[in-house]
Design a protein. Structure first.
Lengths: 405, 405
């Protein structure tokens, strides 16, 4: 009989957000009259901006006309979009349009990129961490065995208030290092100097950094790198993942991109080196057929002057939500992290409670949904994540409920 | 230093269609005045139909309004689309909407599905074959080593005029069997009885059939199964891959679906069985974020009465192209296969020529691009593929050039 990839069987059958959804559903059944406000999953609520909507309509019309209809596009993405991304997001940095690969989502790219590496590669992740980095490596057989919430072969880099959410360099060299800044779930950032420590380490030790920068658009403070390529040498060790999801409200429209600089090489296992850019191109050409033309036109419209002004207005709404939520939580006497350069607020739960305790408390007593920190890893215990992606009205109401707790 | 997945290095650096593009480009440089007509790559040319365009505009408007905006959708696809697919394409068959997974393309799903199986699984493919089945398994380490155009661990099932393009059962049991009907590249089909032989074999031997049915909409003749689930027992052994690409001209819009029946199980490697549906759901939930909402609305519009009428008109255009092309090629004294239940025509090249010889002949002497059969495998030598996806005008001109050869 045909045999399964047994690595899949090691995964717990439930995904964090599925567990949460089940608890929320149960609460809803018991309290059909209570209005639940979701500050859990990181999904946007503001509609697509006008310039993006107009670009979509125009592109749809092109697809209905034989003279302008487009079939298969380049798997890597249309040049018009790769050039706009490069000119806007990588001006002055050592990145060319050929290094940019457009896709349907950072989750897909982050999940798939590990395929390019040897099965015995050692993976390091910050803790707490976005589950996709770990789960995709579990599926590929790199994680070892699960004990409670930690995998035997994964190298965890704790990020807690004790180290100010700055991970320490690992004692044993990993092959792949996943970093996410601004961070999901903690909402914290690294200063440029703190990020440089990691790039220098990767250069010295021959590691690859997989840098998830999906929340880059939320950076407000000086001294925080918008791209890892602002750090010298990063183009020899780092892949950068970016997305239009949180930048321009594309969570339901689906467009992202991954930067694989030409200089980025790994060992070919026989004494030579091999470039990752060509390999990623081969992977995408074989297993992917490109992002829809109309969506690429929409993404391109984000880079127009009007598009930039409009998305800045939307992001300002979420920033204001974050500011007010942070204040309200501080008012409850709780410690608050993140929320300035990111749409996420990381809340230390009251002493003696677990993160699931506090999740249950907020759900039962305020009909508010948060994400328990332990769902993101062992070092997330004692925290919950709140998102600022709600509508201003819902966020105000959530704040009022928090005040009354 | 971090090490590459060395399986990637076994792939030839060029993909068939890239090789062709390079030769065509060279010809263009030398003959800038000649109009090239492409009968090579299987891309559609007719625009999206009116009903689909209208559905796209409506859905775009929803995305611009806070009351109807949609963020993350279900990774598996919206229920409205899965239910429409089930009601229309699987009426009377043992398939439920929960068995259907909507995605951005059959290429993605066919490329990714092998992840669910053990690394030592033995893979069988018909020969000639769509390169994605083989290449994705090479990347996963299942193909062995390459000798000329064949892989040492792949089980090839020759399909030539000698066996009327009906593959014989393999002498050694494979774990995974890729079948594609109507076939890409040959354009041939299996009768229901011929397909039943394969389902019965898979049931008896405990194999999984990965059934690519991307060209189902082109079936015209009686006695040909539109879905493998028309064969009793197939829901215990087969996954079916379908696409809107060729059915409704979605090659640039990107929507497909994969059917994983609940009854489909494989060995868990420790004496038990495990259902593939849950595992595919876990894979998609971890590494994919769903097809764009607006695209799913467009796909749903295909199933309306007007949508069905309109796509039938488009498909009729391609059928007529295929009929005329077949006649013209027969008029050249060449043997012709396929082209009736598929948009592909498989042409036996003149005695003494290779498929690349004939490719060069058509390009040089008629400025026509075909696909050399050997690019699809050893048994494709001696054939070329022509597609009927050109515009009627270009196809007429191609026919005229063929007549003058």
């Amino acid at each position: 009989m045909t045999k399964v990839n047994t690595n899949y069987l090691k995964l717990s059958s439930n995904y964090l957000f599925v567990d949460i959804a089940r608890k929320v559903e149960a609460f809803k059944q018991e309290h059909p009259d209570r209005k639940i406000i979701r500050l859990g999953i990181g999904d946007v609520t503001q509609p697509l901006v006008k310039t993006v909507i107009a670009a979509l309509h125009d592109a749809v019309n092109e697809m209905g006309d034989p003279a302008t209809f487009r079939g298969y596009g380049p798997e890597q993405g249309y040049a018009f979009l790769r050039e706009a991304i490069c000119a806007h997001d990588y001006a002055g940095l050592p990145i060319s349009p050929d290094d940019i690969f457009v896709s349907d989502g950072a989750k897909s790219d982050l999940g798939n990129f590990q395929e390019l590496f040897s099965e015995d590669s050692v993976v390091a992740v910050t803790d707490p961490v976005y589950p996709v980095y770990v789960d995709s490596n579990v599926m590929a057989g790199r994680a070892g065995d699960l004990f409670d919430v930690t995998w035997s072969r994964i190298c965890y880099l704790p990020c807690t208030k004790e180290n100010n959410f700055v991970p320490e360099l690992p004692s044993v060299r990993p092959d792949l290092i996943y970093l996410c800044y601004p961070n999901n779930p903690t909402g914290t950032v690294l200063s440029k100097d703190e990020l440089r420590v990691w790039v220098d380490y990767a250069v010295r030790e021959g590691c690859i950094i997989l840098y998830d920068s999906a929340y880059e658009a939320y950076i407000q403070e000086e001294g925080v790198a918008h791209s890892i390529y602002e750090i010298e040498g990063a183009d020899e060790v780092a892949v950068e993942f970016r997305s239009f999801s949180k930048t321009a409200g594309f969570t339901g429209l689906r467009c992202a991109y991954t930067v694989v600089p030409e200089k980025l090489t790994v060992s070919d296992g026989r004494g030579g080196k091999v470039g990752l850019r060509n390999l990623w191109n081969r992977r995408q050409s074989t297993k992917y057929n490109g992002c829809p033309y109309i969506v690429q036109r929409a993404a391109c419209a984000v880079y127009t002057e009007a598009g930039q002004r409009e998305i800045a207005e939307t992001i300002a709404i979420y920033h204001e939500n974050a500011r007010k939520l942070s204040e309200a939580v501080k008012g409850m006497g709780l410690s608050v992290f993140g929320g300035v350069n990111a749409p996420y607020i990381w809340v230390g739960v009251p002493d003696g409670q677990t993160s699931w305790d506090f999740f249950n408390h907020l759900l039962t007593d305020a009909a508010l949904v948060c994400t328990p920190g332990v769902g993101f890893g062992k070092s997330g215990e004692g925290y919950v994540r709140l998102t600022a992606f709600g509508s201003p009205k819902d966020t105000e109401e959530a704040i009022e409920r928090l005040r009354q707790l």
